[in-house]
Design a protein around this ligand. Structure first.
Ligand SMILES: Nc1ncnc2c1ncn2[C@@H]1O[C@H](COP(=O)(O)OP(=O)(O)OP(=O)(O)O)[C@@H](O)[C@H]1O
Length: 209
């Protein structure tokens, strides 16, 4: 497990928001992205996860090695908690859904349909999905939204176990997960320059006196 990001530029809605981002993330390590709202944390995470191509630069790991948890939990509303986990486990070719359920304190809710879970319970189920992926790099976008303090601690412990098992985590979070292994990368210096007007938008482009 070794993620190397080199001179990465990434865009949202056709506008480059970050450029020349480089970092390395090895086994057992976590990296927390920081920066003001709108700087491009989600955009960078999506690019590392392979959900959108980079504008420039390189991401060393294949998307096949990444488990991505976005703002949306991606639950199947009419499937139960246990069925949701079995569904994902089948997709990722793993089997241990019981351990994932226990880890995120979902065992008592195993037979409840996802649509009938509270917001925090849905979040716990969305995060339990990470545990059945068997993938080494967790890419997490504000994973603690809707979680109470006890659930934040539960998830922090799950991330620590993942790191201890040789995994790694790249995340945007404003909440302290209590990870001693975590480093912080402030994205502010990597804000892309304001986009240059395209020639077709400029009536005087190419006009010389
Ligand atoms: N679909 C879109 N089309 C155009 N611009 C977008 C789109 N989605 C996001 N943006 C813009 O891209 C920029 C980066 O957004 P992004 O969501 O990556 O920031 P962020 O750092 O994760 O923000 P936050 O901390 O608020 O979650 C923002 O200025 C945002 O307004």
């Amino acid at each position: 497990m070794d993620l190397t990001v080199t001179d990465l530029a990434c865009a949202r809605g056709g506008v480059t928001v970050l450029s020349r981002v480089s970092f390395r993330l090895g086994a057992g390590r976590a990296l927390i992205l920081r920066g003001p709202n709108g700087i491009g944390k989600t955009t960078l995470l999506r690019t590392v996860a392979g959900l959108q191509p980079p504008v420039a630069g390189m991401v060393s790991m294949s998307p096949e090695a990444v488990a991505y948890a976005a703002h949306a939990d991606g639950l199947k509303a009419t499937l139960t908690v246990a069925e949701n986990l079995s569904f994902w486990a089948a997709i990722y070719g793993t089997t241990d859904t019981a351990a994932a359920m226990a880890r995120m304190n979902l065992a008592a809710l195993a037979d409840r349909q996802a649509q009938n879970l509270s917001a925090g319970q849905k979040r716990r189920l969305g995060l339990a999905r990470l545990l059945v992926t068997g993938r080494p790099l967790w890419v997490l976008d504000e994973p603690t939204v809707s979680l109470d303090a006890a659930s934040v601690a539960l998830f922090g412990a799950a991330v620590r176990d993942h790191l201890a098992a040789g995994g790694a985590a790249l995340m945007a979070t404003h909440i302290d997960l209590g990870l001693d292994e975590a480093e912080v990368l402030d994205l502010s210096p990597f804000r892309a320059e304001a986009p240059v007007a395209q020639a077709e938008d400029d009536p005087f482009a190419g006009v010389t006196a």
